[in-house]
Design a protein around this ligand. Structure first.
Ligand code: CA
Ligand code: CA
Ligand code: CA
Length: 409
């Protein structure tokens, strides 16, 4: 049996532990458990009044009489599925793949809200397609589609706007503003396992105007606008290369810290990218594996080759994981084929303030030493829906990793 990347065990309550009797007497872990059980009901719906206040000064809202209706938006995938009355997941997935493979400038057509040319400049307003958090971006070309620049608008779907692709207003209001109709929504119930978040519409007739000067501002010219650097990436908007390793923020998979392999980065890499055999145990709920350090690089390479490859797509480059840690060794990890943001707990608190949607980022993790047992550590993969805690022991040959706790909301 192999270790898999997402927890297999499905349990109904937080912190059902198969290893309760072997619990690590780590004070920090006990504190963390307390803070987690308090932080899970974090969700506070915004009031209707607050949802009506534009979240940024570069966005203004007016209310129109004849508004487009979001319920009339035609989703090409949904439309085809509905007509075919599909009963198999594979057939459904094939249709989704087919529709998403139709693209304009690397953006799948089902994700495009509007595309329009104005005085020689083409703009494409679109959304990313992450299930957990759909972000609104705008792509701009000033040379008739030869080259494109990509800009984060600062907006996340339903926080507090749902942008309407059937808006009859032209996308360009004038050469420095774009406009789009939107429902103003607020989330009333946050995402729990097996359900999608619930939203109510506060106003269904908003017309948003976005000041392009703010959105297009890329002070350091690294290809990521100031809004994305400050709100999403926590990189320096005034430096092309935040960590000074010679790789620009846009290209860097770990833009905040210079990468350097050490035993701790190997541990983390082994957990998140490895595919190790479980140690045999009589207890079926007990899972344990070992990461040998001497052969780490070759082992990982072999294991990665056994896994299906993910295609490198433009939208994928906008995706990232968040790992929360104070551990200076861990921050030096070189991510494989993805972007990881290492945030300190303080930065993470800030990050959660900018958008509650980001609470749903499925990779909130911590690694810290257990205070009573030498060379023993705890690492958690935390999400809104599932979490796994690993109890880790350092041995002369490598890391012994025990699945200590698996929960699902
Ligand atoms: Ca920048
Ligand atoms: Ca930068
Ligand atoms: Ca860099």
């Amino acid at each position: 049996m192999k270790k898999i990347l997402t927890p297999l065990l499905v349990m109904s309550f937080h912190f059902i532990s198969s290893q309760e009797t072997k619990a690590c007497k780590c004070v920090q872990f006990e504190k963390l458990k307390d803070s987690l059980s308090q932080s899970h009901p974090f969700f506070q719906p915004v009031t209707e009044e607050d949802a009506l206040i534009p979240p940024f000064t570069y966005i203004s809202v007016k209310y129109i009489k004849a508004a487009a209706k979001s319920e009339n938006i035609i989703d090409p995938v949904y439309q085809r599925i509905k007509d075919l009355q599909l009963d198999s997941i594979d057939a459904l997935y094939a249709i989704m793949q087919e529709e998403f493979s139709k693209k304009v400038n690397d953006i799948p057509i089902p994700l495009i809200i509007k595309k329009e040319k104005f005085k020689g400049t083409i703009a494409i307003l679109y959304t990313t397609d992450s299930f957990l958090s759909k972000n609104y971006y705008i792509k701009i070309s000033k040379d008739n589609g030869k080259t494109w620049q990509n800009y984060f608008t600062g907006l996340v779907a339903n926080h507090y706007y749902f942008l309407k692709s059937n808006s009859k207003y032209p996308l360009w209001k004038d050469e420095s503003h774009i406009q789009i109709e939107a429902d103003i929504t607020r989330m009333t119930k946050h995402l729990v396992y097996g359900e999608t978040p619930k939203y109510t519409v506060v106003k269904n007739n908003a017309l948003l105007t976005l000041d392009l000067a703010e959105i297009l501002k890329d002070s350091d010219g690294d290809g990521i606008n100031d809004i994305e650097e400050t709100q999403k990436l926590f990189t320096n908007p005034y430096s092309k290369d935040t960590d000074g390793d010679g790789i620009s923020d846009a290209e860097d998979n770990n833009p905040k810290y210079t990468t350097a392999e050490n035993d701790f980065t190997k541990l983390l890499k082994g957990i998140i990218y490895g595919n190790y055999d479980f140690v045999k145990s009589n207890d079926p709920s007990h899972e344990e594996f070992f990461i040998p350090l001497a052969t780490f690089d070759e082992d990982l390479k072999t294991q990665r080759n056994e896994l299906p490859k993910r295609e490198k797509e433009f939208l994928y480059s906008l995706d990232y994981k968040v790992i929360v840690t104070d551990n200076d060794n861990l921050k030096r990890l070189e991510p494989i084929d993805e972007k990881i943001l290492f945030l300190t707990p303080k930065e993470f608190a800030e990050y959660q303030k900018t958008s509650y949607m980001y609470h749903f980022n499925p990779y909130y993790s911590k690694v810290f030493p257990c205070d009573e047992e030498r060379d023993t550590y705890i690492f958690m993969i935390e999400g809104s829906m599932t979490g796994t805690t690993y109890l880790i022991k350092r041995t002369p040959g490598g890391w012994n990793i025990e699945t200590f706790n698996v929960w699902m909301a």
